[in-house]
Ligand binder design. Structure first.
Ligand SMILES: [Cu+2]
Length: 122
């Protein structure tokens, strides 16, 4: 067999082992939660796009002064509490299609604006 073919084949196991396990880690996306001085709240970015079927790892930072959550019944993201000043990692496998809200489910927070939308990239 030709050496030029053999060498890339020999390197393949090394390349594969460098790819992060899709179960535990996905494309990193930073999300920030907090409160505004006027009493409204935010989850930024307000819109997060996904490629159908991809795995995303959200790094959810709570820069507010109280605890917050990150969850979505609709998208199948279980509730994660992020204490103030902390960051929590949440890994999610995106579906093939559809748009889903993701929010903080603490009383009044979602209504105050602590919500974002997960949707397919255009
Ligand atoms: Cu909240």
């Amino acid at each position: 067999m030709n050496r030029r073919i053999l060498l890339p084949l020999a390197a393949l196991p090394l390349l594969l082992s460098a790819v992060p396990c899709s179960e535990s880690e996905g494309r990193p996306v930073d999300v920030v939660l907090g409160e505004n001085t006027d009493g409204s709240m935010y989850m930024r970015p307000a819109s997060i796009s996904f490629t159908p079927g991809e795995t995303i790892t959200f790094y959810v930072k709570n820069e507010g002064s109280s605890d917050h959550e990150f969850e979505s019944d609709e998208a199948g993201i279980e509730e994660v509490i992020i204490p103030r000043g902390r960051t929590r990692k949440v890994t999610w496998k995106a579906p093939q299609s559809g748009s889903y809200p993701v929010y903080c489910d603490m009383a009044g927070h979602r209504a105050a604006g602590m919500e974002a939308t997960l949707g397919p990239a255009r």
